[in-house]
Design a protein around this ligand. Structure first.
Ligand SMILES: *Cc1c(COP(=O)(O)O)cnc(C)c1O
Length: 404
């Protein structure tokens, strides 16, 4: 069992007051808070070993390079990649998806098909639309049902030998639905298509095993899993990373440059042009260690309790509707109250110290499906408590009274 008060003490921001009230932070789906050990590691990097990596013969450069590569190794172990060079440092999920979509421009032909789902974040829609525009490929979309779940028979029906890549999220940021990605991966492979999993919302809650999943790409962000902003990982199978062209040209990513011809560096450097976020990459490893010390089984168990409790308490409110009622869910509750705009609730409860996200959550097609302008989204982390959920419920009730 987790000692939540002890865990909360790791997060200095949680003791803050906002608008004169104790902060209740339920916007973990947008970004997580950072434990002191992560903040300290960032400072320590700049105080003690700051130097550019992979270039210098001098001691600090070597120390920084070692720390960066040790962190890559930690992530490799964490997601169970086969090789460390299959783990690319990026600036976040968005960058990782764009890297793959850009690479597929050299593979797709007019008439080829790309499958996305209706549950995607805009960053897993727009790069593929851009790719289709560029190549003449066709974008196909897996629909969802009233519970916010993918209609899996419809996915089966979309698949054909024209399908070249399928790209879906592991967990929906807007609704918290956990998708049946193993099924999707196996089915897509059966027709020879590659699969990218957008794991941005999964990695704060679970430990993905990319070999067991057998996905071709798995993208995520550091900042949603207690790591620094501007960090992320793109996992890609070696064979795919060798097949795809580099995304950006520059320093670090070359073997030899002449004006006649440039040859590219080996993996992972081929995809890591320029000076990366060295501090961020190193500290992402610290965040991974921190989460593993708490333990993902413990995290999941506790967050499920929070999810169940919040769902039950919120449904006590008259006129409240939850979107995303499928069985398989992460600790996210997206809801609205009859006749009230989500933004109005969000602004009032902010005055009471409660941070939730309101709006379309970068997933407008989902809002269009439900014919709503947006939702109020409370997304919970292992450092949240049932008492905080009670405070949110009271605040929402208060807002409802004021607005009706
Ligand atoms: C947050 C998020 C993204 C984008 O992540 P960035 O860190 O902004 O690049 C993509 N997909 C999902 C599901 C997300 O939740």
């Amino acid at each position: 069992m987790l000692d939540i008060q002890k865990i909360r003490a790791d997060f200095p921001i949680l003791t803050q007051k906002v608008n004169g009230k104790p902060l209740v932070y339920f916007d973990n789906g947008a970004t997580s808070q950072k434990p002191q050990i992560v903040i300290d590691a960032e400072v320590k990097y700049y105080q003690e070993i700051n130097a550019n990596i992979h270039r210098g013969v001098h001691t600090l450069s070597q120390l920084a390079t070692d720390a960066y590569e040790i962190s890559r190794g930690k992530v490799k172990d964490h997601i169970n990649a086969k090789f460390a060079h299959e783990v690319l440092f990026t600036s976040g999920t968005t960058f990782g998806i764009n890297l793959v979509a850009n690479g597929f421009a050299s593979i797709l032909k007019p008439g080829d098909e790309v499958i996305v789902s209706s549950l995607e974040h805009h960053s897993n829609i727009v790069p593929w639309q851009m790719l289709c525009e560029k190549t003449g490929a066709i974008l196909k979309v897996i629909p969802i049902n009233e519970n916010g779940e993918l209609i899996i028979e419809a996915f089966d029906a979309l698949l054909s030998e024209k399908t070249k890549i399928v790209t879906v999220n592991h967990i929906s940021n807007a609704l918290g639905i956990i998708n049946p990605i193993k099924y999707i991966i196996d089915k897509a492979h059966a027709v020879g298509a590659a699969v990218l999993i957008d794991g941005a919302q999964a990695v704060p809650h679970l430990k993905p095993d990319v070999q067991e999943l057998d996905c071709d790409f798995y993208a995520f962000s550091g900042h949603k899993m207690c790591g620094p902003t501007g960090t992320g990982i793109l996992y890609g199978k070696e064979e795919w990373l060798n097949k795809l062209p580099p995304y950006q040209g520059g320093g670090e990513m070359i073997k030899e440059v002449t004006f006649e011809k440039t040859t590219y560096a080996d993996l992972p450097h081929k995809f890591e042009a320029g000076t990366p976020n060295i501090a961020g990459g190193i500290v992402l490893g610290t965040a991974v260690d921190y989460l593993n010390n708490i333990g993902f089984e413990n995290i999941q168990h506790y967050e499920n309790e929070l999810l169940e409790y919040a769902t039950k308490r919120l449904l006590e409110i008259e006129g409240l509707k939850i979107y995303g009622t499928g069985k398989n869910k992460a600790s996210v509750v997206s809801f609205n109250i009859d006749g009230i705009h989500p933004y109005d609730i969000g602004s009032i409860i902010d005055k009471l110290g409660i941070a939730v996200r309101t709006g379309h959550h970068c997933a407008q097609p989902i809002m269009n499906f439900f014919c709503i302008p947006g939702t109020i989204r409370a997304s919970f982390s292992f450092y949240n408590t049932k008492e905080e959920i009670d405070q949110m419920v009271e605040a929402v009730k208060k807002a409802q009274t004021m607005l009706s």
